[in-house]
Design a protein around this ligand. Structure first.
Ligand code: SF4
Length: 443
């Protein structure tokens, strides 16, 4: 293991892929940012701050933008949320801070908090200024963190600020988890995720890449560290369980998104079907459009009212030209060496509310590629025995401290909540970092 000086410098260059995925919400120009910052009412008991899972002091950072103190603004953001840059791009602000802005009460546009936050964070990154925090005095305590995504990164930052060694173990070759590999490029470019981690790394976090933590490795880590943080997220995307699912032309949304973000996938075939209707399914469908598919269809068992994707994501997909097939179930795959079509059947609701295929309703959708986005399995099989208590595969934690049923183990992010937003993982990691430090100090 050798620690690189810059992850950002190692970003794969995805050629023309980046040009096909311009920012969904373009960066503010300085004049526009300052004008927007002056629109803020700097509310006392600001509801935007309460709506943020990491409780960023929104009026304070916006006021600093208005007065030209961009470094101070970034410090305010980072103090609450060490991944403030990626959250400014990836957060569903319509349902969080901006959704809570008091401007709605006056029938005015909410303050563009996400874009202002990005403006302050971009300014810090571009200035080359160091992270405005330093590691705490060494306590001699050591923590192993499993998974290099947002929860572990946020936890590691809190630990380092308190003088605790933070060693992150990740199966991938680059840090960031879903921030780096799983969020659509037009929301959070891979390079931006790495640039943010470069800044955070100044606290002295150590990374062990290409390291799969199984039961044996976990036992080794447990024996040599004072505490273990579990932030490994979720596992593989579920399969359909149909014959032929392993043939070329069938993939899953996370591999698909990671593939184009790293430049390994540069084009899409003409006809693509995405199975599922969550936010990741939408990201995959939009990606297929931008990679050149001429007909992209999302296939879902229920109707638009039941889809788990946010309504603004649904609207975005419609604008991109994605088509939708509602109330259908996948009944089979056609093709031998290579996928040719998807067999579907219409669903109807029975008296007891269950969904069943309608007799004689089968039809065929010609496709060149199927992308599965029907939810992820949990990834806790390496927690053998009763290492920590689980509920339906999720790790049970004390929400205030992140501690599991095993006092040496803490956890946060998707492996505890089943898959929520990046900012929820950051909030979990932050709480756990503080919780671990308090527990180690008490010992
Ligand atoms: S609620 Fe809106 S106006 Fe009030 S502080 Fe937050 S962003 Fe500014």
């Amino acid at each position: 293991m050798s620690e690189p000086t810059s992850f950002y410098a190692q970003s794969p260059t995805p050629g023309d892929v980046s040009a096909r995925f311009p920012d969904l919400h373009p960066a503010f120009e300085q004049t526009a940012a300052i004008a927007e910052a002056h629109r803020c009412l700097y509310c006392f008991d600001a509801p935007c701050m309460t709506a943020c899972p990491t409780h960023i002091d929104v009026p304070k950072f916006i006021k600093k933008i208005a007065t030209g103190n961009l470094e101070g603004s970034a410090k305010t953001i980072l103090d609450a949320n060490i991944l403030g840059a990626s959250c400014s791009r990836a957060c569903p602000v319509d349902v969080l801070c901006e959704g809570a802005c008091v401007m709605h009460r006056y029938n005015k546009q909410p303050i563009e908090i996400g874009r202002l936050q990005r403006f302050a964070m971009d300014a810090l990154h571009e200035s080359g200024a160091p992270l405005p925090f330093t590691p705490g005095a060494d306590t001699g305590k050591r923590v192993a963190l499993i998974g290099g995504g947002p929860a572990s990164l946020a936890c590691a930052a809190e630990l380092r600020r308190r003088g605790i060694t933070a060693d992150i173990y990740d199966a991938r070759p680059l840090p960031g988890g879903l921030n780096t590999y799983g969020i659509a490029e037009y929301k959070l470019p891979l390079a931006e995720s790495l640039r943010e981690i470069d800044l955070l790394s100044q606290l002295g976090v150590t990374f062990h890449f290409n390291t799969l933590v199984d039961a044996a490795k976990l036992a080794e880590l447990e024996a040599s560290y004072d505490a273990v943080f579990l932030g490994m997220g979720l596992g593989a995307i579920h399969k359909l369980g149909l014959t032929g699912e392993d043939m070329p032309g069938v993939t899953n949304a996370l591999d698909y998104i990671a593939g184009y973000k790293s430049g390994e996938i540069a084009t899409a075939p003409p006809k693509v079907a995405v199975i599922g209707a969550g936010n990741t399914a939408i990201d995959a469908a939009n990606a297929a459009v931008r990679l050149g598919a001429t007909e992209v269809t999302m296939v879902y068992r229920r109707g638009p009212e039941q889809m788990s994707a946010f309504s603004f994501e649904y609207e975005h997909a419609k604008q991109e030209g994605v088509k939708f097939l509602w109330h259908v179930v996948t009944a089979g795959l056609e093709g031998s060496d290579k996928l040719e079509a998807l067999k579907l059947a219409k669903l109807e609701t029975t008296a007891d509310g269950s969904l069943v295929p309608q007799q004689g309703s089968e039809f065929t959708l010609p496709v060149d590629l199927i992308v599965l986005a029907i939810g992820q399995a949990t990834h806790t099989e390496f927690l053998s025995g009763d290492k920590v208590k689980l509920e339906r595969g999720r790790i049970l934690i004390d929400r205030a401290t992140g501690q599991t049923s095993n006092p040496k183990y803490f956890a946060g992010g998707d492996c505890t909540n089943g898959g929520r937003e990046v900012v929820d993982a950051v909030a979990d990691g932050k709480r756990a970092g503080i919780g671990i430090a308090a527990a180690l100090e008490a010992n």
